[in-house]
Design a protein around this ligand. Structure first.
Ligand SMILES: Cc1cc2nc3c(=O)[nH]c(=O)nc-3n(C[C@H](O)[C@H](O)[C@H](O)COP(=O)(O)OP(=O)(O)OC[C@H]3O[C@@H](n4cnc5c(N)ncnc54)[C@H](O)[C@@H]3O)c2cc1C
Length: 435
């Protein structure tokens, strides 16, 4: 039986921050775009929930910032480290001269729902197919011309002028084309769990506590604390070997206000392990194919750079490619693959600097804290050297090279979106969400 084939201008693999934002940006200018997401929804816990000042500004440029602020969120101005019982603020966003001088905490599924729902409601050339897992690429004469997808109704193909792989740090597209990222930073295990929050708990925002060779992070989620335990490789095995009582005792010692609730970590099932790694592709593109976000450069959770960087990659991509994609869509002119190199040229240095900072923080902060031999020097630097805090606020809040939306919003959809719909009408609303 012949495989069903669908056609579009841009096929984006992955509906994370990079893919969802790119889908919205391209559709906003009238480019036909299909975003393929393998999961049925965006509900995955323990993803990056930080929306930085630079991303807020992008939402403003897109006319979405008011809608964003209608979501339940928290504004956090400072990031602190508690060492020897003393808090040191390593970043204070209120010092930035920007329209939104704070980090907004929003569950990532709310953020992605907002982006994709607004894209679908405003721009008819936007399509999001959930439960659609990309298995590999389709090639023609050495050029990537589409992807093979497993959807709820079986396998199908999407053919496109350009495929953008935004499918995260375990990118299936990357694997399929044999692109191997270079490991930049030593791996770190991050173990997530929840502890309930009480009315009289301190107002901590985001706070990392260091001591006794242990690191616990606490993020205030209003009704609960999203806790993280940073550890070297094999951290979960180590907890299993030492026993949960020892883990609860470590937690109570470092975060004393939670001492009466540590029993909420009742079994190993309450602990979720996420492996963090820092890596980067040397070449971000192939003919017909571009990698952005974590698929091009996996970010660790350190300093919460990843989501902002992924969103900025999407903005840089649409700034660089929209005009050529629209021209091709209107006239049938072939796409100039040399344009893809522009995205890497624009984003490579800022990515490398962000990863260097994550690596440095790991080396001089996290690794020495985990060794437990004396206190890490990094937080103290912020206490002694005032400009360090200002610099860190800027780098975390805005990134090394903030991007701005340069593409126009189309007056009306320039292409006929029904070109895609004969195929998609076979899907139920669960599989394709246009509202
Ligand atoms: C433990 C941990 C904690 C972190 N915490 C933070 C934080 O607090 N703040 C921050 O800014 N960053 C954080 N990061 C980094 C951040 O999560 C990433 O940098 C960011 O999510 C990258 O966005 P992305 O869109 O490129 O990829 P992702 O967010 O990984 O999105 C990729 C999407 O592609 C989908 N997908 C994957 N494969 C396929 C396929 N074959 N077919 C179709 N769809 C597919 C996935 O389901 C997913 O929705 C953290 C990272 C880790 C490991």
């Amino acid at each position: 039986m012949a495989t069903e084939t669908r056609h579009t201008t841009v096929c984006v693999v992955g509906g994370g921050p990079a893919g969802a934002m790119l889908g919205l940006l391209l559709a906003r200018s009238g480019v036909d775009v299909v975003v393929l997401e393998k999961h049925a929804d965006f509900h995955r816990d323990f993803r990056g929930d930080t929306v930085h000042p630079a991303t807020l500004q992008i939402l403003d440029e897109l006319g979405l910032v008011e809608k964003f602020h209608e979501l339940p969120h928290q504004k956090v101005s400072t990031i602190g480290v508690v060492q020897d019982g003393k808090r040191i603020d390593i970043a204070d966003f209120s010092r930035l001269k920007v329209p939104y001088p704070y980090m907004a905490f929003v569950p990532q599924w709310d953020f992605l729902d907002l982006i994709t729902a607004q894209a679908a409601a405003r721009y008819p050339s936007f399509r999001l197919l959930m439960r659609s897992e990309v298995l590999g690429v389709v090639r023609h004469e050495g050029r990537v011309t589409g992807v093979r997808v497993r959807g709820p109704g079986g396998e199908f193909e999407v053919r496109s002028t350009l495929v953008v792989a935004a499918d995260g740090r375990h990118s299936a597209v990357r694997r399929d084309v044999g692109a191997e990222p270079r490991l930049i930073g030593a791996s770190l295990d991050v173990i997530f769990f929840r502890i309930s929050r009480r009315e009289d708990d301190p107002d901590e925002g985001i706070c990392v506590r260091i001591g006794n060779g242990k690191i616990f992070g606490a993020t205030d989620r209003r009704t609960y604390w999203q806790m993280s335990y940073e550890t070297s490789k094999g951290g979960l095995e180590d907890i299993r070997r030492r026993g949960l009582d020892a883990f609860r005792a470590d937690l109570a010692a470092l975060v004393p206000f939670l001492a009466d609730r540590v029993h909420e970590v009742a079994s190993m099932d309450d602990l979720s392990l996420l492996e963090a790694r820092i890596d980067r592709l040397e070449q971000w593109h192939r003919p017909g194919l571009l990698f952005i976000g974590d698929a091009a450069h996996a970010m660790s959770p350190v300093a919460g750079f990843g989501v902002n960087l992924a969103v900025q990659d999407a903005v840089a991509t649409s700034n660089a490619l929209t005009a050529a994609l629209l021209r091709g869509q209107r006239t049938g002119a072939p796409f100039d693959d040399t344009l893809l190199a522009k995205v890497r040229r624009r984003r490579r240095l800022t990515t490398a600097l962000s990863q260097a900072l994550q690596r440095g923080t790991q080396r001089f902060g996290i690794d020495s804290a985990l060794k437990g031999s004396g206190q890490p020097p990094a937080p103290k630097l912020f206490e002694r050297f005032g400009p360090a805090q200002k610099l860190m606020s800027r780098v975390i809040g805005l990134g090394f090279r903030p991007e701005h939306v340069r593409t126009p919003e189309a007056d009306r959809p320039p292409s006929d979106p029904s070109a895609f719909s004969p195929h998609t009408t076979q899907l139920t609303t669960d599989e394709e969400r246009q509202t």
